[in-house]
Design a protein around this ligand. Structure first.
Ligand code: IPE
Ligand code: IPE
Ligand code: MG
Length: 247
């Protein structure tokens, strides 16, 4: 529950968009926007710990972001490494578990090592789980899961007719976590840009024009308040849900 006793979503997934435009409006380089974005991450993590959110997924770098200018990509990698170095201790102290979801094999050896260390240090923490999606794509995630099942079919340990949605879910990188309840995208665009495509089948969407570096506790609380207004029917009728609540 938040301070004004709102129901807090268990899992919040965020596309942190608008860093470049934030910087441009200040006549600064895009890098300054990304740096300011890291500050917003710190603020939001702290707020999620306070509100007892279980899982926070943050889209930091998509599998398509390699298409950006080489200079921007390498600066983003550097920023990621610096942020990991600076934040891991604090994250650990807060009983928070850090995971990086995505194909990290494409990152430099040293960044991969840093990621693995941060994950190992924090893996037994029982508070908030932060998923940093880096070189992540929803299609990559689904393809990877399906390939694992195909392998089992080929070796004969799984029958084609026994493949279920549940098994595809179990092969995703988020297999042991609840699906996102609330999805937020900052920066004004209203698209999912290949984020958790399978996992967001029944997620509530919230779009805000606020640019990520300006995103703060109040905007997050507004998104949570909007989530509280929604009726999640999962295919049922409103009347059916009311009957269940009355029973
Ligand atoms: C989001 O901000 C951060 C990353 C994708 C790494 P952008 O860099 O996409 O910012 P805009 O959309 O250009 O303003
Ligand atoms: C999505 O933002 C990915 C991240 C925030 C990491 P983009 O800014 O890359 O998305 P598009 O290209 O506008 O769809
Ligand atoms: Mg963008």
């Amino acid at each position: 529950m938040t301070e004004d006793s709102q129901q807090v979503p268990k899992h919040i997934a965020i596309i942190m968009d608008g860093n470049g435009r934030w910087a441009k409006s200040r006549h600064q380089s895009r890098f300054m926007g990304h740096r300011a974005g890291v500050k917003s991450v710190e603020k939001i993590v702290k707020h999620c710990v306070k509100c007892e959110v279980e899982v926070l997924s943050l889209f930091a770098f998509s599998s398509e972001n390699w298409r950006r200018p080489t200079k921007e990509v390498s600066l983003l990698m550097e920023l990621f490494a610096v942020a990991l170095k600076q934040q891991t201790k604090r994250i650990h102290k807060n009983n928070t578990r850090l995971r990086v979801i995505g194909d990290i094999s494409k990152f430099s050896k040293s960044l991969q090592k840093q990621i693995e260390e941060a994950q190992t240090i924090t893996e037994n923490n029982t508070g908030l789980t932060i998923n940093v999606a880096a070189n992540y794509g929803g299609r990559w995630d689904i393809t990877r899961s399906v390939k694992q099942l195909a392998e089992r079919v080929m070796e004969g340990s799984l029958k084609l007719e026994d493949i279920t949605e549940q098994q595809i879910t179990q092969g995703l990188i988020t297999a042991d976590l609840p699906e996102p309840d609330l999805f937020i995208r900052t920066g004004g665009e209203q698209r999912v840009s290949n984020f958790m495509l399978w996992q967001m089948a029944y997620t509530e969407f919230y779009f805000t024009d606020t640019l990520w570096p300006d995103f703060d506790e109040q905007v997050l609380d507004t998104a949570i308040a909007s989530f509280n207004q929604r009726e999640r029917r999962f295919g049922k009728t409103s009347e059916q849900l009311k009957e269940c609540n009355d029973a």
